[in-house]
Write a protein that binds this ligand. Structure first.
Ligand SMILES: [Fe+2]
Length: 230
C-alpha cells in the first residue's frame, strides 16, 4: 500500500494519500487548497490516478482542495450524507465502504465536533478527522458541535476498535503524527472522564478563540473550496 501523511504548516492539517499500488487509483483525505500542486505532483510521481477526494467534515481552519482537485484531475469528491456542502459528487453514510482499487474504507459516522464528521477505517488504521486527536478531541462549540454526540462517537465507536488500531487525525499541533486507540484510551486527558455528563461539562468549559480563517473557510468549504466568503 502507498500511504503518505502530508502536513500543512499554516493550519497544522494532515492530508492522507492512499493507493493500493503505484500505477493504480488513489484517494486523498482532507486535502488543503494551497497544497494542490504538491498533491498533483506526488500523484504523478507515483503514476497514480486520483479517483476520489474526501473531507472528513466541513473544516473551519483551512479551505478544502476538493473542488480544485476535481477540476484538475476529474476525480470524484465525497463527503458524508449529513454534510452542508454543495456540489459534492458522492455522499457516503455509516456502514458504507469507499472503494479505491483494492482499498476498502469503512465509513463511521462520528458527529460531535461538527454534525457532519465522519471517520474511516482502513485495515489496521482509522482516520479520525477532528473527532479524536492525539491526546485531544475536536472542539464542539461551533458548526453544530455537540459534546454529548462526540462522547457517543468516541466511547461508542472509536474506542471500541482494537487497541492496536493506528489513529491518524486531521490535525496535530504538537508534533505528533500517529497514535493508537489503546494509547489514547490511556493517555488522552479528554477521555479520562467518568461519563457523558462529565465530558459535556469538560468540553463546555473550554474557552477557545475562533479559528483565524473560520469566516472564510466555512463558507468556501460549503462550496468545495471554489467560492470565497460572501
Ligand atoms: Fe475541524
Amino acid at each position: 500500500m502507498i500511504f503518505r501523511q502530508l502536513f500543512d504548516h499554516t493550519s497544522s492539517t494532515y492530508t492522507y494519500l492512499l493507493a493500493e499500488r503505484a500505477g493504480g487509483e488513489a484517494l486523498l483525505i482532507d486535502p488543503v487548497l494551497e497544497n494542490t500542486d504538491r498533491y498533483v505532483k506526488l500523484i504523478e510521481e507515483f503514476d497514480l490516478r486520483l479517483v476520489l477526494a474526501v473531507d472528513t467534515h466541513i473544516h473551519a481552519d483551512h479551505v478544502t482542495a476538493l473542488g480544485a482537485l476535481r477540476a484538475r484531475t476529474e476525480c470524484r469528491t465525497a463527503m458524508g450524507d449529513k454534510t452542508h456542502a454543495e456540489g459534492v459528487s458522492v455522499h457516503f453514510r455509516e456502514g458504507e465502504r469507499l472503494r479505491v482499487d483494492g482499498l476498502h474504507l469503512d465509513v463511521l459516522y462520528t458527529p460531535g465536533h461538527t454534525d457532519d464528521s465522519y471517520s474511516f477505517l482502513l485495515r489496521d488504521r482509522v482516520f479520525t478527522g477532528d473527532t479524536l486527536l492525539i491526546r485531544g478531541t475536536g472542539r464542539t462549540d461551533f458548526q453544530n458541535g455537540d459534546p454529548a454526540a462526540q462522547y457517543d462517537s468516541l466511547f461508542g465507536k472509536l474506542l471500541k476498535l482494537p487497541e492496536a488500531t493506528l489513529v491518524y487525525p486531521a490535525h496535530d499541533y504538537n508534533g505528533m503524527t500517529v497514535s493508537t486507540i489503546g494509547e489514547e484510551r490511556r493517555w488522552n486527558p479528554r477521555l479520562q472522564v467518568k461519563g457523558r455528563q462529565a465530558y459535556v461539562d469538560l468540553m463546555n468549559g473550554l474557552k477557545l478563540a475562533n479559528p483565524r480563517l473560520m469566516d472564510v473557510a466555512v463558507p468556501a468549504n460549503r462550496a468545495c473550496g471554489l467560492k470565497a466568503a460572501a
